[in-house]
Design a protein around this ligand. Structure first.
Ligand SMILES: *[C@@H]1O[C@H](CO)[C@@H](O)[C@H](O)[C@H]1NC(C)=O
Ligand SMILES: *[C@@H]1O[C@H](CO)[C@@H](O)[C@H](O)[C@H]1NC(C)=O
Ligand SMILES: *[C@@H]1O[C@H](CO)[C@@H](O)[C@H](O)[C@H]1NC(C)=O
Ligand SMILES: *[C@@H]1O[C@H](CO)[C@@H](O)[C@H](O)[C@H]1NC(C)=O
Ligand SMILES: *[C@@H]1O[C@H](CO)[C@@H](O)[C@H](O)[C@H]1NC(C)=O
Ligand SMILES: *[C@@H]1O[C@H](CO)[C@@H](O)[C@H](O)[C@H]1NC(C)=O
Length: 500
């Protein structure tokens, strides 16, 4: 049960850490909502796993001396009592004020055991012994547990508030021998077997919750995106538990993988918590536009966005001769010299999200360098403000996107060769953006970044909803118990291996 419990809970909690800290409003830029259907999915996973991990379950040996009229005391030993099959026909999960209740009712299980007895009395001086095998059927078990859910130091902390198992009915059948003779005697053990089953299952639940707790505690607070960046998935504030959902708030910002780098301060723009009301999905993940802007600030500061263009599909452009008519002064001063284009961001790109979609404004400087006698001579610098609109999609559990050029403006920042006719240069710049900058940006954006989803879970049938300052992914999830899967996604498999 423990393992199963662990698993189910995992699903819920993997993605979200909580903070039971006294501050009421730690800012969170991502939030997650697990709806009733998501909770049901997790519950089922938990139950299936619990059943798989609980069987076979060995119970302690039972022995006692039974007094039988005329015969006296008979010493009976029940050994190798094993629960080998558990059937959970129905169960439910219910979040509430006092915790999250998971209840399985009408559960039955099958046990096998060996029995052995012996007696000797003054009437029958020689000791008599017999042994055999029995099967036990336990019906109508009620199993329930209530879990407390808190955020502690940025991770989910679950605790078992209550848990137990109640056996309603038990039937013992002996196989072979003079079973009829002993059946009545064994029936005297019903109560003891029932309480052994109850104790064993309650203990398994306890262990399962402990295991889950340990697993959740060990979940990383950062998910690596690449060598430069991670996403801070520290949970903040208390979990938001309603009668049919659990909400978790996540810091959600990109942070520099190397320590010691001060990050920009962001403020949350979107007010709303996750809402997937138009599409009843298992899971909703809301990302404030600050998440995207933290990424843009991070990569800008990491100086990732400077690059030199020295090869182009049309290489002729990188020679002053090609520019003869567009910038005559350039050709005049540096006839037939090779050129480099140095493109760098001059400020972090700004991402805006509205109900219509996502857009980005990119500020860049384009420096034309001429190669003269082996030296690079910067000749002209043009400031660009590029506006693009984005589309967003899911690639497995990564939120990926692409950018499309809407318009741009150019302005001469400085020049060593006097004034230029910007309108002549604009079409060339357009081509450069379309053929060099956008494909580069889109190759990066196309990989996306991982959403905080626990290993083994995959988003499915996702819908992406834009709202004011936020984008929400509303999705169902599936669970694939494949170790390999985790390699490409957020949480490393060792977190899962710990659990299993
Ligand atoms: C104990 O029970 C299990 C399950 O029924 C069985 O596989 C095993 O052989 C039994 N062991 C002994 C010593 O009877
Ligand atoms: C458990 O016991 C019930 C009742 O005897 C029986 O119908 C069922 O097949 C058993 N299950 C297994 C797996 O042995
Ligand atoms: C959950 O709470 C809402 C209002 O808080 C109520 O309308 C709804 O009926 C409740 N649902 C259940 C299943 O109790
Ligand atoms: C991650 O988020 C938590 C909670 O907001 C914050 O306390 C912590 O400093 C953040 N970590 C980094 C590396 O920014
Ligand atoms: C490209 O431009 C940036 C920013 O102006 C500058 O720091 C860098 O040295 C330039 N690189 C080349 C190769 O011109
Ligand atoms: C998992 O990865 C290992 C090594 O990378 C590979 O040999 C194996 O075939 C993979 N298994 C699956 C199911 O993809």
């Amino acid at each position: 049960m423990a393992t199963a419990t662990t698993y189910i809970l995992l699903i819920f909690f993997i993605t979200t850490p909580f903070c039971s800290s006294s501050e009421l409003t730690d800012e969170s830029f991502m939030s997650m909502l697990i709806s009733q259907s998501g909770l049901d999915f997790l519950k089922q996973l938990l139950v299936n796993n619990a059943v798989a991990s609980i069987t076979p379950l060995q119970l302690p040996q039972i022995e006692k001396t039974v007094k039988i009229p005329f015969l006296g005391g008979i010493h009976v030993v029940l050994s190798n009592i094993t629960i080998y099959h558990v059937d959970v026909p129905s169960s439910y999960i219910k979040p509430g004020d006092t915790g999250i209740a998971i209840v399985a009712s009408g559960t039955s299980c099958n046990l096998s055991m060996n029995w052995h007895f012996s007696y000797g009395t003054w009437l029958v001086p020689l000791s008599i012994a017999d042994s055999g095998h029995a099967s036990v059927q336990v019906e109508g078990m009620e199993i329930g547990l209530t879990l407390g859910l808190k955020i502690q130091e940025g991770v989910i902390d679950i605790s078992l508030l209550e848990g137990g198992c109640l056996v309603k009915d038990i039937i013992i059948k002996l196989d072979g021998g003079a079973s009829w003779l002993y059946q009545g005697m064994l029936d005297a053990f019903q109560g003891q077997i029932a309480s052994a089953v109850e104790n064993a299952i309650a203990k398994a639940l306890e262990q399962g919750v402990l295991k889950l707790e340990t697993f959740l505690e060990g979940l990383p607070k950062e998910i690596p995106v690449d060598d430069t960046a991670s996403i801070n998935v520290t949970l903040v504030n208390d979990p938001l538990i309603s009668n049919n959902s659990i909400g978790l708030e996540i810091n959600g910002l990109f942070t520099r993988t190397e320590k010691g780098k001060v990050s920009t301060v962001f403020h949350k723009n979107s007010q709303s918590l996750v809402s997937c009301t138009n599409s009843p999905k298992m899971l909703g993940i809301l990302l404030d536009e600050a998440v995207f802007n933290s990424a843009s600030a991070l990569y800008y500061n990491a100086e990732f966005m400077i690059w030199t263009v020295d090869t182009l599909p049309d290489q002729a452009i990188l020679n002053t001769a090609w520019w003869r008519y567009l910038i005559p002064q350039l050709y005049k001063k540096y006839p037939n010299d090779d050129m480099n284009l140095n493109i760098s961001l001059s400020a972090p790109p700004v991402v805006r999200i509205s109900p219509h979609g996502i857009s980005a404004t990119v500020y860049a400087d384009l420096i034309i360098d001429v190669l003269e006698g082996g030296n690079l001579v910067p000749v002209v610098c043009i400031s660009l403000v590029i506006r693009g609109s984005g589309s967003v999609k899911l690639v497995q559990n990564n939120l990926a996107g692409s950018l499309q050029l809407d318009d741009f403006t150019t302005q001469l920042k400085w020049s060593q060769i006097g004034k230029l006719h910007m309108y002549l240069i604009q079409p060339v710049v357009w081509t450069l953006i379309e053929t060099v900058c956008l494909p580069y940006a889109n190759s990066r954006l196309g990989k996306g970044f991982p959403l905080p989803i626990i290993h083994g879970f995959t988003l499915q049938n996702a819908e992406i909803v834009f709202s004011d300052s936020a984008v929400t992914v509303c999705s169902d999830v599936t669970f694939t118990d494949s170790y390999n899967y985790s390699r490409s996604l957020g949480y490393p498999s060792r977190w899962i291996q710990k659990l299993l």
